[in-house]
Design a protein around this ligand. Structure first.
Ligand code: ZN
Length: 865
């Protein structure tokens, strides 16, 4: 596969994820506005076909790996053959028996050529199966006796030594990106992705999460490259042959899947936090944005260290962006790798920052890297905490509404998976494939369950229990019982009931709640019915809940009850007066689908009286009659999502009454999403002239989503000013507006053609499709001279050897558009020049087809006319 495929897969997966989430929203008790889903980017979550449906759960138990020996230390000395994409390695591995004496060991080493295996310079007998090295030791080792195994090898991560076939793209462990530097658009890089068990494609190890070792990695690369690995760089030296050797060392042991290297021409920014070196590595063009890309890193390290009462346990914190990463991001100890979707300019980062994913990977340094799940069945002990870290950070930094907004998205992700792929226990010992554990259970549900646990035990006990769990288990592999016991020992209460249903059981409750109020006795009867909970889910859920009762004067009373029966009646007596509304999960904590028999009036009251984000969201979307009083309240809310929601709920027929307010939102709202929504709403008003406000926006707005709309409007309203806009925005360091600029451009001046061509050559994959669409629109109907110049230019782009495949494809399809345009013009008004040009373009097309060697592209070209 070409290197661009990974990027496409990421975009494609995001789209799938959006679709999946939206598709199921009707099944959930509330609906979610489109914007809720837009910022959903994948972190380490891999969207894949999820574990089978309830009745087809595979039955094979997945035990944690049996430990016969323990790797104490791994020292790797690595060089690279960029031409062949090989790793040339020397490994020195210090090993001792785990408990019983050993006379042979088996290491994971996938796709290796072995040159030599020795202990103290004595060659050892070994068998290389292509996946394992079975090594006969020089004697029987007992107790704590150590030996050092020396292995000289060549690793070929692109090949599968067993089948001889190409490795599955995402499983290669180590990736060469544009290794021969054939594509000027793509930086040459090497990076690794170990999780789950893929690091044994570039160094021999026992590739299981319940192993752990200290580590040294020595990398020799061309001097132009920077390197990154786990631990501290303890030395660097230039070699006479123009290469440089960097020595990285980590003294605290970690699991094999967390080992990493990255090599590339990065821009690096550094700073120190609490004596811990921090580094931020990005592609060279993004140097000045590096710190903002990883915004709040020092503050987050302080926040999590404080919350957990456990100082950041590693010796440095590095973060690097790489090309074509196979996942969203990966928490390699002290050396986190991110996909290039986080790489944005300062203006692109406005209201679109990377906080959630930076927080997620950081939290892994306690949950995952310090205390590690012993097998993939217990993956939620890593990922549930990392996802919940996002909530904790939002809550601390931006307030409860922001965190709750995030929690709703997490719930939707989980429900969406359950609806489309079925449910399985959170700690899942019967998975079919370990990669399936990286799903919305381990991640989303894991975090949501921790949130319920936190609310049950209270904040103080929750964080004290987490601290105990970290202290007791630091440097070890764990299973879920260890988490339960840390909580039980801290609070002095048995928690089997909670852990059994949420961690070991399946699903979540489906609840029907009906309210009957008796005015005479001032008594409220609640009937809570779990019987619609699907078969296969945990039978009867037990959970504490605070029932909220709202009164007309704005006061609320909470009634805490424990629900633990399939059908349960709860009688609340001595109410002070007739309530105006109720909320069953009054503090918005549960992971449950809840149906309540409430009237539109009660929902309206809920929107007005509740202070909880989810209550308000549910209420607003449930009443849904475009009523002015709710809109007016929403527009005054502090949290931007409500204001956007209010604006979007204004019906077109009523919008005229809101013109002044909408203009004010469009120009001055602190959040760009609200400014954008207000502007869009204004554009829908028939007798509103948007020119004046769009001019103001073009002068002062910084956020691209708003600017883009104003630019589109003005571009079509004042085509004669296209040049002016081009001058203003053409040197912008983001690609965001390039498509729009191409779209509003009309004249075929040399300057315009040069601009269009330079963008076509350089635009990033994120915006490339939009850009080429607009470029094609521009070319339609242009002079023969302009078309000939463009055809020649597109031909060079499409023929670029190993060029980006999307760019090549889009260049070819633009060339075909030119041919179509010429063809229809020749029909209506034949012209010898036009006919000659048409012949030339056809030749260019055929040449491209003839010379292309990439089978994917050839296939795609055939799909074009
Ligand atoms: Zn994660």
């Amino acid at each position: 596969m070409s290197s661009a495929t990974g990027r496409f897969t990421l975009i494609f997966c995001s789209v799938l994820f959006l679709f999946g989430s939206c598709k199921t929203k009707k099944d959930i008790v509330y609906s979610v506005p489109e914007e809720f889903m837009q910022e959903e980017l994948l972190d380490t979550l891999v969207i894949s076909d999820v574990a089978g449906t309830l009745d087809s759960l595979p039955k094979e138990y997945r035990p944690s790996a049996t430990l016969m020996f323990d790797i104490l230390h791994t020292r790797l000395d690595l060089k690279f053959d960029w031409q062949k994409q090989y790793v040339l390695g020397n490994a020195d591995i210090t090993i001792s028996p785990y408990f019983k004496p050993i006379s042979s060991i088996t290491l994971d080493a996938i796709g290796f050529k072995i040159h030599k295996i020795t202990i103290a310079d004595k060659p050892m007998l070994y068998e290389n199966t292509g996946e394992k090295l079975i090594i006969t030791l020089d004697k029987m080792y007992k107790g704590k006796e150590k030996f050092e195994l020396h292995i000289e090898y060549t690793a070929e991560p692109n090949s599968n030594a067993v089948t001889g076939s190409e490795a599955i793209t995402s499983d290669k462990g180590l990736f060469f990106i544009d290794p021969l530097d054939l594509d000027p658009d793509i930086p040459s890089q090497i990076w690794t992705q170990g999780e789950t068990e893929n690091n044994s494609r570039w160094f021999p190890t026992f590739d299981k999460p319940n192993e752990r070792f200290t580590q040294e990695i020595i990398l020799t690369v061309e001097d132009k490259y920077l390197t990154l690995s786990n631990g501290k760089k303890i030395s660097t030296r230039k070699n006479p042959d123009g290469t440089r050797t960097d020595h990285w060392k980590q003294d605290r042991p970690h699991a094999p899947y967390l080992a990493m290297i990255a090599v590339g021409e990065f821009h690096e920014e550094t700073e120190i936090w609490n004596e811990i070196p921090l580094n931020y590595m990005v592609e060279k063009g993004f140097g000045k944005h590096a710190k903002k890309i990883f915004n709040h890193t020092p503050e987050m390290l302080g926040f999590f260290s404080g919350k957990l009462n456990y100082p950041y346990p590693w010796d440095k914190y590095g973060q690097v962006v790489v090309r074509d990463f196979v996942s969203g991001a990966m928490e390699n100890t002290g050396a986190v790798v991110f996909g290039d979707f986080v790489q944005k300019t300062d203006k692109e980062l406005i209201d679109n920052d990377n906080d959630y994913i930076v927080a997620h990977e950081m939290m892994h340094h306690w949950f995952g890297n310090l205390v590690t799940c012993e097998d993939w069945s217990n993956l939620t002990l890593n990922e549930g905490f990392a996802n919940y870290a996002e909530y904790l950070w939002f809550e601390y930094k931006y307030g409860k509404d922001r965190a709750e907004y995030h929690r709703i998205k997490e719930m939707n992700g989980y429900y969406s998976q359950v609806f489309s792929g079925g449910a399985h226990p959170l700690v899942h010992y019967f998975y079919e494939d370990k990669e399936q554990m990286f799903d919305a259970h381990s991640y989303n549900k894991g975090g949501l369950v921790l949130h319920m646990l936190r609310n049950y035990v209270g904040d103080e006990a929750f964080f004290a229990s987490l601290n105990k769990y970290l202290v007791d288990n630091a440097g070890t592999a764990v299973e879920v019982d260890e988490l339960r016991m840390a909580f039980e020992d801290t609070i002095g209460e048995d928690l089997h009931w909670f852990f059994d249903q949420w961690f070991l059981g399946t699903g979540h409750p489906h609840l029907d709640v009906t309210y009957t109020y008796n005015d005479e006795n001032k008594v409220l009867l609640l009937e809570v019915d779990q019987s619609k909970t699907p078969n296969g889910f945990y039978d009867v859920f037990k959970f504490p809940v605070d029932i909220a009762i709202y009164y007309a004067d704005g006061t609320v009373q909470y009634y805490p009850v424990m629900i633990n029966e399939k059908k349960q009646r709860v009688l609340i007596e001595d109410l002070k007066e007739k309530p105006v509304t109720y909320v069953f999960d009054g503090k918005n904590v549960l992971l449950a689908l809840i149906n309540e028999n409430k009237t539109p009036e009660q929902y309206k009251a809920q929107f007005k009286l509740s202070a909880n984000f989810m209550d308000k969201m549910i209420a607003f979307t449930s009443t849904n009659d475009g009523n002015a009083d709710l809109i007016d309240i929403a527009l005054k809310e502090n949290f931007y999502i409500f204001r956007s929601m209010g604006i979007n709920a204004i019906s077109d027929s009523n919008a005229t009454a809101y013109i002044d307010r909408l203009q004010s939102f469009a120009l001055t709202d602190p959040h760009s999403e609200v400014r954008r929504d207000a502007l869009l709403k204004l554009l829908n008003i028939e007798d509103f002239d948007p020119m004046a406000i769009c001019r103001l926006i073009l002068k002062s707005e910084q956020a691209y989503p708003v600017l883009q709309i104003a630019l589109e409007v003005m571009g079509s309203a004042e085509p004669e000013k296209a040049d002016e806009y081009l001058q203003k925005f053409k040197n912008d360091d983001s690609d965001f507006l390039s498509g729009t600029l191409a779209g509003i451009m009309k004249d075929e001046t040399t300057e315009n053609l040069t601009y269009l061509e330079s963008k076509a050559k350089n635009i990033g994959v994120m915006h490339i499709f939009d850009y080429f669409t607009r470029y094609q629109e521009f070319l339609a109907g242009k002079s023969f001279a302009a078309l000939e110049r463009s055809a020649d230019f597109l031909y060079t782009l499409a023929s670029a050897k190993d060029g980006n495949m999307y760019r090549k494809f889009l260049s070819m399809s633009t060339l075909i558009k030119i041919a179509e345009d010429l063809g229809s013009r020749n029909k209506t008004s034949p012209d010898p020049m036009g006919e000659k040009l048409l012949v030339k373009v056809a030749e260019l097309k055929n040449n491209i087809l003839k010379n292309e060697t990439d089978p994917t592209l050839i296939q795609e070209y055939k799909g074009l006319k």
